[in-house]
Design a binder for this molecule. Structure first.
Ligand SMILES: Cc1cc2nc3c(=O)[nH]c(=O)nc-3n(C[C@H](O)[C@H](O)[C@H](O)COP(=O)(O)OP(=O)(O)OC[C@H]3O[C@@H](n4cnc5c(N)ncnc54)[C@H](O)[C@@H]3O)c2cc1C
Length: 369
């Protein structure tokens, strides 16, 4: 028996699920968004660097390249219209030796191919003008890069969706879905009570739970569900005031963007994320890793002492490859892949998923049209 009906049912109230719910609600659709936690953004969406990426790193024509650049423009515009704080600090990707300097050229080419605005390759003297305390031989300067207050961004998405009629049900866990001729019957556990929703379109934006959700959609070709791996990223704070005005990134390696320095809205510094492949989820930070962080950061900020570093938080990158050897794109599976009309699953939504969230929402709405 069906308890309620809706046009679109979305699973997961992270930044991406919220943006999708808002997109459909603004279009006038009936929307239900379910989230197993007590509030929005309690997983990956609140455990990241909050950087509005400019879109430099990603292969041309990839989803990441297209949706990141588009998403960054949309995010600046949206946040300005909704009073959400962004700070366009700009970023420097720094080479600290000649081997790294050679790798900047490839990044510069990739960024230009992706239409990243205002990129510039700069040498030592210009670098010294921009950041006198930075130790590096060359850098890419990306003035378009910034930082967003991700909590207030998600709060604005939630408010927009609800103001346009969306129902957001917290403490409501997806259990299973059955394919019907005109959509899905979706069983959820809502605060201990089982309910069944009928929906035309079912969107799986469950982050680290996306593969488990797909396994419980009856009718799906299970061989099409990608494997799930996790790459943990830890952060450290410092009480020391950084002498930098820009976000400082090393040249990327190994499936992450390297231990970078980002600035929060008060000008304080935070460092991370590192990258460790893990089998079980944990958000603990290992204080002993301060040594590794110090070694990495002191290559470009020699004045920082190991004792200046304080363990902060950790996040988990959802991955479909077991290591960082391959480029992992955002992975969208619709009926053409898993064989179930009206079901769209989002896998591997790691960085730059926050930046891209508004563009991803538009893309999903197009897929569902
Ligand atoms: C260390 C790190 C640094 C990053 N830095 C950046 C950055 O600087 N800039 C950037 O753009 N991106 C960054 N990202 C990526 C960005 O954080 C993610 O792409 C984005 O947050 C993913 O959002 P999401 O909504 O897909 O996932 P999530 O935020 O994980 O949301 C998924 C939701 O689904 C819910 N859920 C799961 N299963 C169920 C179920 N059965 N029933 C109901 N609900 C369920 C979960 O509780 C969760 O709330 C970073 C990621 C990490 C890990």
């Amino acid at each position: 028996m069906v308890d309620a009906k809706t046009d679109r049912l979305i699973i997961g109230a992270g930044a991406i699920g919220l943006a999708i719910a808002r997109q459909f609600a603004l279009a006038g659709d009936q929307v239900v968004l379910i989230e197993c936690n007590a509030g929005f953004g309690m997983e990956t969406s609140s455990r990241n660097s909050e950087v509005i990426h400019a879109g430099i790193y990603y292969p041309a024509a990839s989803h990441k390249a297209r949706l990141c650049v588009k998403g960054a423009h949309k995010m600046y515009e949206y946040c300005a219209s909704r009073g959400v704080k962004t700070s366009q600090h700009g970023k420097l990707i720094v080479a600290t030796n000649q081997e790294q300097e050679a790798r900047l050229d490839a990044l510069m080419t990739a960024g230009m191919a992706n239409d990243v605005p205002d990129l510039e390759l700069i040498g030592k003297s210009r670098l010294h003008q921009l950041e006198p305390d930075l130790q590096a031989v060359a850098a890419i300067h990306s003035p378009f890069t910034g930082v967003v207050d991700s909590h207030n961004y998600m709060a604005a998405l939630e408010a927009d969706a609800e103001n346009h009629g969306a129902i957001i049900a917290y403490q409501s866990r997806f259990i299973r879905a059955e394919k019907q001729p005109d959509g899905y019957h979706v069983v959820i556990d809502s605060q201990g009570e089982e309910m069944t929703f009928a929906c035309q379109t079912l969107i799986n934006a469950a982050g680290h739970g996306a593969h488990l959700v797909s396994q419980a959609v009856h009718g799906i070709d299970v061989d099409t569900i990608p494997p799930h791996y996790m790459a943990k990223g830890q952060y450290f704070n410092t009480t020391r005031k950084p002498p930098f005005q820009h976000l400082i990134y090393p040249v990327p390696s190994g499936g992450g963007l390297g231990i970078h320095l980002t600035l929060d809205s008060g000008g304080g510094a935070r460092f991370g994320p590192d990258i460790t492949w893990v089998d079980s989820p944990s958000y603990d930070v290992n204080p002993a890793d301060a040594e590794k962080f110090h070694q990495s950061i002191s290559t470009y900020w020699p004045a920082l002492q190991r004792e200046d570093l304080v363990p902060a938080w950790a996040g988990l990158r959802p991955k479909i490859w077991p290591d960082g050897t391959y480029f992992q794109d955002f992975t969208f599976h619709d009926a053409s892949i898993h064989g179930c009309a009206g079901y769209i699953a989002l896998y591997a939504m790691d960085s730059p998923g926050l930046t891209s969230s508004l563009a991803i929402a538009e893309y999903i709405a197009d897929c569902a049209a």
